[in-house]
Design a protein around this ligand. Structure first.
Ligand SMILES: [Zn+2]
Length: 381
């Protein structure tokens, strides 16, 4: 049974107003961002400020924008949002620019929504879906999940500088690929369910998530290697777009399913807290495929892809080789919490905690066997 309790019949698609990507995007930022106002609040953390923020502020001032800079400190908590919102109000800014990773961009979106101004997302890594989406994840000051904040609209401008993204460690790009490869797999599993903003998926969101996967499978490995030497190649550009734009639009208007519920379930294990979002989603993808009974050839296609970009597909690669059944049952329980996206799958009614527990174990076993066989072939035995 699809997840559509209100019997909604409208299809819904939403997106940012403008997406711009290229190796000189930040240098040309004034040209694009001046369309949103004259006096922006620019927020980024101190690390990002030294890498990109300082130059960006200078570029914007040269384009006659009256920029107010505010440092984003620590966690995207209600307290930090309130502090920066107050700062924005007292400086009479007319739009907000977030520069950095997902948390900074999410924070900028909430501030802009509160003071009712436009917002621009300027990601410095290609690791999350935050830049394009109309949702922010809010945490407690000590870093635990607090709530989702759904915005009335998507960011007005998403500006991606690939020469900045290429300077970040390749692990972030790989993690973004782990998140992005889930997009099509999850969308296919909840075609009949309402998406987070309350409509049914469109044909275009399906096409976008399909294209996202095609790019990752074709160019993911090459882009990952290019990133390691900070090279902006056509493959790198394509994968940054897949991770940021295609995955962002695909998940938001196509639906999210078991892979992300497994990600959330994995937060039950303290030893995994150091992993990036997409690294946990990557393992969740394998569990999702086992749960939906994907044929071996399809399963192995994705396991192979994950391994080529160093994404974890076994307990050992996740760093928990001795995980117990008791811990895995806790993961399954959390993944099956009442508000989880696992229930939006078209097979949602047949899913149980016990089935998810078995799928988690099955995923590890399938990936281990694939690795064993691949090494066996490589060794020529
Ligand atoms: Zn995600």
């Amino acid at each position: 049974m699809p997840h559509n309790p209100d019997k909604i019949t409208e299809r819904l698609f939403q997106a940012p107003l403008k997406y711009i990507q290229g190796p000189s995007a930040f240098r040309n930022a004034g040209k694009y961002l001046s369309a949103l106002g004259n006096a922006p609040l620019l927020i980024c953390d101190s690390v990002v400020y030294n890498i990109a923020g300082n130059d960006l502020v200078n570029n914007l001032r040269m384009a006659s924008l009256n920029v107010t800079y505010a440092e984003f400190i620590g966690e995207i908590s209600t307290q930090e949002i309130d502090r920066l919102t107050e700062y924005a109000r007292s400086n009479h800014v007319d739009f907000v620019i977030g520069v950095g990773g997902g948390k900074t961009l999410d924070c900028a979106k909430v501030i802009a929504e509160t003071i009712q101004t436009p917002v621009a997302s300027l990601p410095t890594i290609a690791a999350t879906d935050a830049p394009c989406s109309a949702v922010s994840v809010v945490y407690t000051p000590d870093g635990h999940f607090d709530h989702y904040k759904f915005m009335k609209k998507n960011p007005d401008i998403v500006l991606v500088d690939t020469s900045i993204i290429a300077k970040a460690p390749a692990r972030f790009l790989a993690s973004g690929m782990g998140d992005a490869i889930a997009t099509h797999i999850e969308a296919k599993s909840c075609k009949q369910s309402v998406v987070p903003w309350g409509g049914l998926p469109t044909e275009v969101s399906g096409a976008i998530s399909e294209k996202c996967e095609e790019i990752l499978l074709k160019y993911g490995k090459v882009a990952y290697e290019a990133n390691k030497v900070h090279a902006v190649t056509p493959a790198f550009e394509a994968v940054v777009e897949a991770n940021t734009l295609l995955s962002g639009l695909g998940f938001e208007s196509g639906g999210v399913a078991a892979a992300h519920s497994i990600h959330n379930g994995l937060t039950a294990i303290d030893a995994l807290h150091g992993l990036l979002h997409g690294e946990k989603v990557a393992f969740g993808v394998v569990v999702h495929l086992i749960l939906t009974n994907a044929p071996s050839s399809e399963l192995e296609k994705y396991i192979e892809f994950m391994l080529t970009v160093d994404l974890p597909v076994t307990f050992e690669l996740l760093g928990i080789p001795n995980v117990t059944d008791e811990e895995l049952r806790a993961v399954a329980k959390l993944a099956c919490s009442p508000r989880e996206t696992i229930w939006s799958m078209d097979i949602g009614d047949s899913i149980t905690e016990d089935k998810v527990f078995h799928a988690i174990k099955g995923a590890d076993a399938a990936s281990r066997e694939y690795i064993r066989r691949a090494n066996w072939v490589r060794a020529g035995l």
